[in-house]
Design a binder for this molecule. Structure first.
Ligand SMILES: [Mg+2]
Length: 228
């Protein structure tokens, strides 16, 4: 491997994220229990989120607007304003969650720093992701932070152009096969999948990935033998 730059996904690769969203969703569904069963509200929220992705992009603010839109629809505009107030409050709480680094992250960054250019490549709200990175205490390990509106092939191509490297000099590490692995392999880069115990339905793909530039590991520490 001729790797020069290693890019890390952030949410559920460097730190805990999806469980916080799931906890918020659970509380939101409880708010609407009088209108529809939990599971149905959850499905309706997912539908709204996916429908709004093109308009709002990824991140907490879009999620908050989707909660409000779902609440209005599910209640046929009859809801108590308290539901709106609570939805906003839950969203703000999500923005203020502490950063919980995943096991082994700091050790791996320490081992790789100086040997490669380390980069963060993440989706989400700009301000939220910047704040999370600052709170994480990991900023100094990284040469560059890329907060992407999406993680499709053209988004990675833009990043490579900015970093001025060839695709086969780029390695992406992340928990989403759909966002962190497949588009990178498709443009000729390398990717390592580090699964997290829970994944947002939108990031799930069923098929099995086989590629010469692809590896699957169990934990972030397992990437070190390939890279040192
Ligand atoms: Mg992730």
């Amino acid at each position: 491997m001729n790797i020069k730059v290693i890019a890390f996904d952030a949410d559920d690769t460097l730190w805990v994220n999806e469980p916080y969203f799931q906890e918020t969703e659970r509380k939101f569904c409880e708010l609407l229990e009088d209108y529809l069963p939990h599971h149905t509200v959850s499905q309706e929220l997912f539908k709204t989120e996916i429908g709004n992705l093109g308009l709002y992009g990824y991140g907490v603010k879009g999620f908050m607007l989707s909660m409000i839109e779902t609440a209005l629809r599910v209640s046929e505009n009859t809801l108590n304003v308290e539901v709106l107030e609570k939805s906003l409050q839950y969203g703000k709480e999500l923005l203020e969650k502490p950063i919980e680094l995943l096991d082994g992250v700091e050790e791996v960054l320490q081992a790789l720093k100086g040997k490669y250019q380390l980069v963060v490549a993440t989706k989400g709200d700009l301000l939220d992701q910047e704040r999370k990175l600052m709170k994480s205490g990991l900023e100094n390990y990284f040469h560059h932070i890329e907060i992407m509106s999406d993680k499709q092939q053209r988004d990675y191509q833009k990043l490579l152009k900015h970093l001025d490297i060839a695709p086969d000099e780029f390695l992406m590490l992340g928990n989403s096969l759909k966002s962190d692995v497949l588009p990178v392999l498709e443009i000729g880069g390398h990717a390592i999948h580090i699964p997290y115990h829970t994944t947002w339905a939108h990031e799930k793909i069923e098929h099995h990935v086989e590629h010469k530039n692809f590896r699957h590991v169990q934990t972030i520490r397992d990437v070190l033998p390939f890279l040192l």
